[in-house]
Write a protein that binds this ligand. Structure first.
Ligand code: HEC
Ligand code: HEC
Length: 306
């Protein structure tokens, strides 16, 4: 694909480039003229500082000139071989995309069979193979840490993958499914329906589910609201539903923050979280290794963190 919509700009750039090089060449020849015969006195430019510091009109040193000409020759050869002059593609036919595709193809030849070998092994067994887990860990640090953090403990809005609290289920199949196809957790906003008062009461009840001290009258009203509006997704006991990614509200683990203010904010405005799909992007074999790594985090998870 060309960035140029008409031939004019291509020729404009060709001309501008060639003329600049010619201009530089002319300038340097002009400046380097006038070598003196031995013994001839050097003219001054007429500038004098501190009485005896004079600017002399000496020609440029030869070593410097040679280096300068070499850079011009290099530029000329480069423009001949590689893209640079307008739409001219260069005699070598090199493109950035071509080089990238070559490198990807080479990596595929080298690592493809390895990934395929791992792919045939079920995650529950693969998780005991340190080499496979290490490959998964590297893939994780390349593709997942931007959102889930380098330690996989997540940040607000991006779930912790080391605890045993799963929005979408924590079996190896659930985890692989999540990474393969992505997830989209949608919670509608309730302020328009419940009003500020209702949101406040529901939040108070949600807090009580994690064993916090609350105003029991307010929480009691919140419970009625919860049964009517929230139980469909979060379950009658508030323990969540991994089918739709509705979080467990009883474990004091919070995706969007657990302060009273945050909980109210979530209920009032709703939330919409995206875990991007990776099947197309990385291929199933790599996703299999990623799922193995994440599943392994759970197996040897650090229980002291809670
Ligand atoms: C653009 C940000 C982003 C990237 C990149 C990303 N994730 Fe996620 N991930 C999320 C969000 C947000 C959620 C929660 C989705 C929801 O609440 O519906 C999530 C959820 C998950 C879950 C489900 C957690 C649970 O409790 O059920 C797993 C597993 C997961 N991600 C693994 C990965 C892996 C492995 C990668 C790298 C291949 C990755 N994620 C890359 C944003 C991201
Ligand atoms: C249509 C299903 C649905 C209904 C109805 C629903 N929720 Fe949710 N809720 C969700 C989902 C899905 C999430 C997770 C959103 C995400 O992935 O970012 C969520 C998240 C939450 C959270 C944040 C939890 C955390 O860990 O940060 C709270 C609090 C919450 N809901 C409370 C409520 C209350 C109170 C009601 C009723 C007024 C309600 N929800 C009704 C689906 C629902």
């Amino acid at each position: 694909m060309s960035d140029f919509t008409s031939g004019f700009w291509s020729w404009f750039i060709v001309l501008a480039t060639v003329l600049s090089i010619a201009g530089v060449l002319w300038l340097i020849r002009w400046m380097s003229g006038g070598r003196r015969a031995p013994g001839e006195k050097v003219e001054t430019m007429g500038h004098v500082w501190d009485e005896n510091l004079e600017e002399l009109n000496n020609p440029l040193p030869r070593w410097w000139l040679i280096k300068f000409y070499l850079t011009l020759v290099f530029g000329g050869v480069y423009l001949l071989l590689y893209p640079g002059l307008g739409t001219f593609k260069g005699l070598l036919g090199w493109t950035g995309i071509g080089q990238y595709e070559q490198e990807v193809a080479a990596a595929e030849v080298e690592y493809g069979p390895l990934y395929e070998k791992y792919r045939a092994i079920p995650i529950a067994a693969l998780v005991n193979d340190p080499a496979a887990v290490q490959v998964g860990e590297r893939l994780f640090s390349t593709y997942c840490t931007t959102c889930h953090g380098s330690d996989a403990r997540g940040v607000r809005g991006f779930p912790n993958l080391r605890d045993d609290d799963w929005l979408y289920g924590g079996t190896s199949a659930d985890i692989e499914q999540t990474i393969m196809n992505g997830r989209n957790g949608v919670m509608p906003g309730w302020e328009p329906i419940l009003g500020y008062e209702g949101v406040f009461q529901a939040a108070e009840y949600v807090s009580s589910l994690s064993g916090r001290e609350v105003d029991s009258v307010v929480a009691g009203k919140g419970k009625e609201i919860f049964v009517q509006n929230c139980a469909v997704c979060h379950g009658a006991d508030g323990a969540g539903n991994t089918q739709m990614g509705a979080p467990n509200l009883t474990d004091n683990i919070w995706l969007h923050g657990g302060t009273q203010k945050r909980i109210q904010e979530t209920i009032a405005g709703g939330r919409n979280s995206h875990m991007p799909p990776h099947r197309e992007f990385l291929g199933e074999a790599k996703v299999h290794l990623l799922a193995t790594y994440v599943f392994g985090l759970r197996v040897d998870r650090d229980i002291t963190e809670r």
